[in-house]
Design a protein around this ligand. Structure first.
Ligand code: SF4
Length: 143
């Protein structure tokens, strides 16, 4: 069954447990990607997906964007904080819009949740680092 193979591939690449969002949800996104690729046969799509890193990224991006909140909620409910964070970061690691996501979180002061593979603490450190760098640059200009 092709959908089972795709689910196994997503598990291998981004650690996604198909049951966490429902196999039907994965099938729905796969069918959308099938249409976006101008294909009708899921077997043909599987061959395309197996051969194309870009299509794999498109599929991963479609899934994580559509089910982001659900995935992160599931991650929160299954174990201790470190495990939840590691799992969420693993999802982000395979995301094609990771840097845009992080930039959005930094520029909009998102203080909750994982954005662009970072925790609130990571982003706080990054904001402090940017402030220190900006202050150092201002001192250099003034000197
Ligand atoms: S990088 Fe952003 S959009 Fe991508 S999976 Fe992580 S939180 Fe979601």
């Amino acid at each position: 069954m092709v959908f089972a193979r795709i689910a196994a591939l997503l598990k291998e690449k981004i650690g996604l447990d198909a049951e966490s969002i429902g196999v039907a949800s994965i099938e729905r996104v796969v069918r959308e990607r099938l249409a976006a690729c101008g294909l009708e046969d899921v077997q043909v799509y599987w061959k395309h997906l197996s051969a194309s890193e870009q299509e794999l990224q498109e599929l991963i991006e479609a899934i994580v964007i559509r089910y982001r909140h659900h995935l992160l909620r599931v991650a929160r409910s299954v174990g201790p904080a470190e495990r939840q964070i590691a799992r969420a970061k693993k999802i982000c690691a395979g995301c094609a819009v990771r840097s845009e996501c992080l930039e959005f979180a930094l520029s909009h002061d998102q203080v909750y949740g994982i954005w662009g593979g970072t925790t609130p603490e990571d982003r706080q450190r990054e904001r402090r680092r940017k402030r220190r760098a900006a202050a150092a640059a201002r001192r250099r200009v003034a000197a």
